[in-house]
Design a protein around this ligand. Structure first.
Ligand code: ASP
Length: 454
């Protein structure tokens, strides 16, 4: 039994949805289909989710939203027409959108935003189920209200443990289940969306709930590459990767698969394959618990920008019990999460995603660290990238850190931070953002070009 998730580009147009139907028809084990909202049909197109975010903002600002609602409905109308469906499904979708703009917007701006964002996948699932039935594939649209329970705010949206049990009844369905990605409901029945790209998470939850043999994640690339193909020329294709490696790579820049989507399947050791809707016969990349093939020590190198460093120094910091906790508590009280905390004897750096910082909270943090922790020096620095070298084979391979550091120094960039997690599956370097691409190329050459490989 397989759960298949189709991303935005795979369901962007009638032509793409026909490919999805063929993929589902081809393999009787494909019993569950999780769909995203229609994505981009071309590079300069706009995702339906982005149209919906704009619509929600317009509704909450009390402005006229007629044209914006039309833009969304038009996308579904085009698809319905191309799929040979009657206008009835578009009427259902339009009525649903208008209800959300009126009733849900009356609850709160946040609720209008969540509800309208979720409508992208919800209405697409209704349309795709209708199309499947129209061409003779017995299918049923299921709303996440029937079991996909998520936690309450202010926590980030995550599935509750009981969601898996609640959804497990779906495995007995005679029809193919078409399930919208991206959202669930609290126990009080309040709709909440996952983070952007969160349909991958829904697919993983469903795969775990029905204990699927495989979770197939269909996207628009043949496989996961060992480095960003927009920066590195023809990077090596990854045929197999472990959950831990994939988690590390998706954390810092590999956008093919959401990093939170691995947890549900990882627990049950359900393998995942990343496949291409436009080329479904390509084997894709398999994500597994343990690697079965002999591989080089480094599997992939990722790079992501948008990091800041909070630098704090205080003489004899290492002797002061509770210093680290108090520092992190100051960040916690401002609702800020941190990524890494490399430290020396008398100093500590806290690596933070910059989008969480504002002039105001920076000022507050600096003042509190100075006054409450009596730091000698405290300041923020911005404009950093993290480059992460990932591979299960790294933990018993000497010389890798030296090799990486020398590849970085060849570019003339300064390494601002090095962090190796205790699992030794990754090695992270903090560098100034402007060096990101050149460092990625240099590291790729060092670890992947045959002449250099360890
Ligand atoms: N449609 C949502 C987004 O654009 C979720 C998804 O596609 O996974 O982020």
């Amino acid at each position: 039994m397989k759960v298949c998730k189709f991303g935005g580009t795979s369901v962007a147009s009638a032509e793409q949805i026909k490919k999805v139907a063929n993929i589902v028809k081809e393999d009787p084990e494909r019993r569950f289909v999780v769909v995203s909202a229609p994505g981009k049909r071309s590079a300069d197109d706009i995702k339906v989710t982005d149209l919906l975010i704009d619509l929600a903002q317009t509704v909450s600002a009390g402005q006229s939203y007629e044209e914006k609602i039309r833009n969304v409905v038009n996308r579904y109308e085009d698809n319905a027409k191309g799929l040979g469906l009657s206008h009835e499904i578009c009427d259902v979708i339009e009525a649903d959108l208008r209800r959300r703009c009126e009733e849900d917007a009356a609850v709160s701006a946040q609720y209008a935003m969540d509800s309208l964002k979720a409508s992208g996948e919800d209405n697409n699932a209704k349309m795709i189920a209708a199309y499947f039935n129209h061409i003779g594939i017995r299918a049923k649209y299921v709303n996440p209200k029937d079991g996909l329970l998520v936690c309450q705010p202010p926590e980030r949206t995550m599935a509750l443990p009981e969601a898996y049990e609640k959804l497990s009844y779906l495995k007995n369905s005679e029809e193919i289940i078409v399930f919208p990605g991206f959202f669930g409901y609290t126990t009080e029945g309040v709709l909440r969306t996952f983070d952007r790209g969160g349909s991958d998470i829904t697919g993983a939850i469903l795969a775990a709930a029905v204990q699927a043999d495989l979770y197939e994640n269909f996207t628009d690339v043949d496989c996961v590459f060992s480095a960003n193909p927009k920066v590195v020329n023809e990077p090596a294709e990854i045929t197999e990767i472990t959950y831990r490696e994939m988690r590390e790579l998706s954390y810092a820049g590999f956008s093919v698969f959401h990093d939170e989507a691995l947890m549900p399947v990882f627990k049950l050791k359900i393998p995942v394959t990343i496949k291409n809707t436009n080329n479904p016969s390509a084997p894709g990349t398999k994500i597994v618990a343990e690697s079965t093939e002999k591989r080089r020590p480094v599997t992939g190198i990722s790079a992501d920008s948008g990091f800041s460093i909070l630098y704090v120094s205080k003489y004899l910091m290492n002797r002061e019990i509770g210093f680290g906790r108090k520092l992190l508590q100051i960040l916690e009280e401002d609702g800020i999460s941190y990524e890494h905390t490399p430290s020396g004897l008398d100093d500590i750096s806290v690596i933070i995603r910059s989008h969480q910082l504002t002039e105001e909270n920076e000022r507050r943090i600096l003042q509190r660290v100075t006054e409450e922790l009596h730091a000698d020096d405290v300041h923020f620095r911005h404009g950093f990238s993290l480059i992460v070298v990932v591979g299960e084979g790294m933990n018993n391979n000497t010389g890798l850190a030296a090799k990486a550091a020398s590849a970085i120094s060849e570019t003339g960039a300064n390494i601002e931070m090095i962090n190796q997690g205790s699992s030794e599956v990754s090695l992270a370097f903090g560098v100034q953002q402007q060096y990101e691409d050149v460092i990625l190329k240099s590291l790729y050459n060092a670890f992947f070009q045959p002449a250099h490989s360890l």
